[in-house]
Every structure is written in C-alpha cells, then in structure tokens.
Design a protein. Sequence first.
Length: 336
Amino acid sequence: MTDEAFKREVKTLYVAEAEDGIRLDRWFRRRWPHLSNIQVQKMARSGQIRVDGARIKPEGRLTAGAAVRVPPIPDAVVRAPGEHQALSPADVAFAKSLVIYEDDLVIALNKPWGLAVQGGTKTTRHVDRLLSAWGEGMERPRLVHRLDRDTSGVLLLGKGPEAAKRLAGAFARRQAKKTYWALVIGLPKPTAGQIDLPLKKTGINDFEIMRPADAKEHGAEPAETAYALISHAGQRASWLALRPFTGRTHQLRAHMKAIGHPILGDTKYGDAVSAELSGPLKLQLHARRIELDHPSGGKLIVEAPLSPEMRAGFQHFGFEEAEADADPFAGVRRMR
C-alpha cells in the first residue's frame, strides 16, 4: 500500500485506559493537533466519526476500550519534519529490538525511557509511528494502553482489531493486573497500603499536572493505588511496588507526591529535597509486569527487564532485583 493510499484509509483506533472520560474532540486534537475544531465537528456530525458503531457528538465522552472509526484525516498545511516519512531501516530495527514477547495476537514491548507512546505537535518519534515496522493496514499493531514518556516498561499491542479490542477491554474493565516498580524518597509508614484520592487535571500541554481534589469537585476523577515496600536504603529512599486500580494520567506520580514520597527523578511532581537526592537520575518508574487474559484464552504474563535508567537507580541505592516477589499484591483487592 502506498503512503497516499494509507492516508485515505479509514482506520479503527481504540481509546486508551488513561483516556477514559476524554471528550471526542480533544481525543482527535491530541492525535492530530493540526485539525481545527470545525473539522472535527464536521466529521462527527456527518457521521464519519463513529464510536462502537454509533454516532457521537464532538463534546461526547469516550470510554476506555471504545473503538473509534477514524475517517481519512486531511494533512496539515505545515507538516512536522519527518512525521510522514517512511521508517528507515534503523527505525525498523530499533522497533523490533524492543519486543520482549510476541505471538499471533499480541506484541509486548519494553518501552524505553524518553520515548513517547503517541505523537504531538513537537513529537515526531514515538511508538505509534514505529508500529509501521510491522506493516500497514491490518498488519499494523494497535496500541491498547499508554505509558508516560519517561516511564519505561511493558507496553502491550494488539495484532488486528479483534485482539486489540479484547486487550483494551481488559484494561477498561480493570482486569489487567499491573505492577510498577518505583524508587521514592523516604520510607513510607505504613510500609504497605492503598491510596484512595481523586485527582483533577489542571494546566495544558507540557504544563499539565494532576492534583488531589475533593470527590465532588468538578472534573475530579476517582483514583486508587496500592503500594508495598520491597526494600529501602535506610530512611533515604525506598523501592516500592505500585499497583494502579484506575488509570488516571500521572496517577502513580501524583499519588506518591500526595503522601509525601515523590518518585525520584520526577521533575514535574518532585520537590527540592527529592531533586537533591535524585541527582542525575532519570524518572525512577518502571512498568515491571502485566497479567491479564490472553485474547485467545488463558493468562498472559509479561515482565520487562529494568531499563538502564532504573538500573542506575538500583545500583546507586544498592537494591537487587532478587529481593522482589513476583506479585507483591497477591490477594490485594480494590477498596471499593
């Protein structure tokens, strides 16, 4: 298929877990910043855009796992450099080097620190673009959830629309058991527990941040996280396992800051004390493990090796991977 033919193709994309509740028009603008509000409104009102087969208004809210019919998107007048170019052999090799598991229906990548999952106005190199390494059209894998740019670890892809729908549905129904590893400042007391604290998004673009909010506050979203201590370096720093039961933007980073133990290397949610302790360390947050139902049946369990950035943190504080249990949250359930 030529590049021009692919641009004209109608595509089906799936709403990521972290995008649950987002407005349709904003969902489109995040992916195609060059689109005007009028263009999105016209496509929605004419029925070109559909969600799970039904019409939707531009201001309609999307749910995680929903299938969005995306009509051919008009090109921007001024394109970001390299955004529409074919992948180079080096890009293809890099994409394939990230694979830690692959079968007929699923691909699991070990996403590196600093690589965005999806593109934006100033982001031309991202996972979504690299998926062309597997082909286009029906051959192209689908994203089913997201990780922050500076979070490393397991990122799942669905091969084909049906596999992607089933995987995304598992995330949307909170059936995926996700375990993150994080290095934080200080030693939490108690050393294990659950955080039930709504979060609200404030600011825009690079200045967007999640802050604690009252459950009744307009725009506040429920957010729940379990944590468990794995090891600690005296009172200075701790290695925690984190399990999000909800999928809010920056949830783990905002929750750890809220309880007074920001994640090391976090320039957005950290403070002066954590910045001093972090030194040159990058964000110490790693999506270590995902367990969920495989689209064809049975269980899918994938673990991602530590990134170089996380390994630097482990070496600095003297932590060893062997100290961790496979699932530190065995038997732990949501509070509600």
